[in-house]
Design a protein around this ligand. Structure first.
Ligand SMILES: [Mg+2]
Length: 168
């Protein structure tokens, strides 16, 4: 764990993160962000590739868990139910409390957990705060909101540093 929110690798998408290698590293729980990590903003159907990844995680003994900050009523719940995974909305990332609550619920330690998300100052920073390895994915779609491009630009130095220290 580092003091700065530098991710442990940057991956094109969640499905590029190998469940087998995660399992070899003792991971039992993958906390995942929703928007721009598992699906684009506004999409609430789990894509087939994400469903297949979740199944492969399960075969490797790893539980996928939706850790969302979404304030839209029911969005996290609906997505998680369709994918068949546990979830927690209003998680308050980057505060560590939501991460700790999720790990306690699933009966695992920070060392057995990774966080997968697309944003440095929520997903990565929060994972750091909770002692969980932060894995960064490229945002699925930046279009639609100018603020996302600005944030992406600000995140760039952290992304470049993270590329040098992959977890898997
Ligand atoms: Mg996100």
């Amino acid at each position: 764990m580092s003091l700065l929110p530098i991710p442990r690798g940057v991956y094109p998408s969640v499905t590029d993160i190998s469940p087998r290698i995660l399992a070899e590293k003792g991971v039992r729980l993958v906390l995942a962000d929703l928007d721009n990590t598992l699906v684009p903003y506004k999409v609430s159907q789990p894509p087939p590739a994400v469903a297949a990844w979740k199944e492969e995680l399960a075969r490797c003994g790893i539980q996928l868990f939706l850790l969302s900050n979404s304030r839209k009523p029911g969005r996290a719940r609906q997505f998680a139910e369709q994918l068949g995974i546990p979830y927690q909305g209003h998680s308050g990332k980057p505060k560590k409390a939501g991460y700790l609550r999720a790990m306690e619920r699933m009966g695992v330690t920070p060392a057995q957990t990774v966080m997968v998300g697309d944003q440095i100052f929520t997903d990565t920073l929060g994972a750091n705060n909770a002692g969980v390895a932060p894995l960064l994915v490229e945002p699925i779609r930046l279009a639609g909101n100018p603020g996302r491009y600005i944030r992406y630009a600000v995140e760039t130095p952290f992304r470049l540093l993270g590329k040098r220290r992959p977890f898997v």
